[in-house]
Ligand binder design. Structure first.
Ligand SMILES: Nc1ncnc2c1ncn2[C@@H]1O[C@H](COP(=O)(O)OP(=O)(O)OP(=O)(O)O)[C@@H](O)[C@H]1O
Length: 295
């Protein structure tokens, strides 16, 4: 993980917008100042540089002036109570929110210093660079092979069948699935177990050589053994990819992530090294949430 720049944190934490205090009732005395995040929200060498991000569904704000860097090859976990905006913010990172008509995204969202929301940007190419794994495994009703080969085919990544075979095998190996499926690549993917389907979806995301993988509660439909396999996979993948994971499981966030971001009512309250968040959080609301006082 990248080391964080403490000076940058202090100076950049002052939002360019006027800070509006937001009073929260749980716990007493906990105050969020809009646009201000305690801890270490910024990185020296960010993959994503996100500034003053606001998201609205119609007139309702779902994300309120959030600024955050996501470091290259770090695993960052988004946690917080239901409805606090974790998935909304995650979906901004590969413009999945574009498909929701009433959704508007404001602010500056940069990926490797390029504007994510540049109207000229090819969104299909963006989603190959920033892949996504959803809560519920969603394999296509096709063979195991065709699920993984789908992306490389549409992006023209393999000229010959043997190249495509190599991509499929490598992706399935990286997803820890090759040995389980190598003798039945033509079998339909929907016949696999839920855990296998989710690892297949990870293989499908990997197959187009992404730089970032977004995971929206990837284990919530899985049993503990399948969950452990996906978590092992996240640890292995973190060497090659930037990973952003939304999770309701604080144990999972503690196990898999380098940094943890705590969201509350559309605000980003705290971002810190995961060990710190779970042992000595800086903000009262984070502490209340991780100690189970609400959520
Ligand atoms: N498609 C949508 N249309 C309208 N409002 C939406 C839509 N999706 C989310 N919202 C609203 O935006 C807010 C944030 O929702 P979001 O799903 O991002 O939160 P979350 O923290 O990921 O929640 P959960 O943990 O329950 O998945 C909520 O008030 C939610 O009702």
């Amino acid at each position: 993980m990248n080391s964080m720049n403490a000076t940058a944190i202090r100076t950049e934490n002052m939002s360019e917008k006027v800070a509006k205090p937001v009073i929260n009732e749980q716990p007493e005395n906990a105050v969020i100042t809009e646009g201000t995040t305690v801890g270490q929200p910024f990185a020296d060498d960010p993959k994503f540089k996100l500034r003053n991000v606001e998201v609205f569904y119609g007139e309702s704000p779902a994300i309120k002036n959030i600024s955050l860097d996501i470091g290259r090859n770090e695993v960052i976990a988004f946690i917080g109570p239901s409805g606090c905006g974790k998935s909304t913010f995650l979906r901004c990172l590969n413009r999945m929110n574009d498909s929701i008509d009433i959704c508007r995204v404001k602010g500056s969202l940069m990926l490797d210093d390029q504007d994510l929301y540049d109207p000229k940007r090819d969104v299909v190419e963006l989603r190959a660079r920033v892949g996504m794994v959803f809560q519920k495994p969603n394999p296509f009703p096709k063979s195991i092979y065709d699920n993984v080969a789908y992306g490389p085919r549409i992006h023209g990544l393999a000229n010959r069948k043997s190249d495509l075979d190599d991509i499929v095998e490598n992706s399935l190996r990286k997803a820890g699935l090759w040995n389980e499926v190598k003798d039945r690549l033509d079998a339909t993917a929907t016949g696999m177990s839920g855990g296998q389907q989710q690892r297949l979806c990870i293989a499908r995301a990997i197959a187009v050589s992404p730089e970032v993988i977004l995971m929206d509660e990837p284990c919530s439909a899985l049993d503990p053994i399948a969950t452990a396999k996906v978590e092992e996979l996240i640890a292995e993948m973190s060497e090659s990819y930037t990973i952003v994971i939304v999770t309701h499981s604080m144990q999972q966030a503690a196990r898999v992530s380098d940094r943890t971001a705590y969201f509350h009512l559309g605000h980003l309250v705290e971002v810190n090294d995961t060990d710190k968040v779970f042992t000595a959080p800086d903000h009262k609301l984070t502490e209340s949430y991780i100690t189970g006082r609400f959520g």
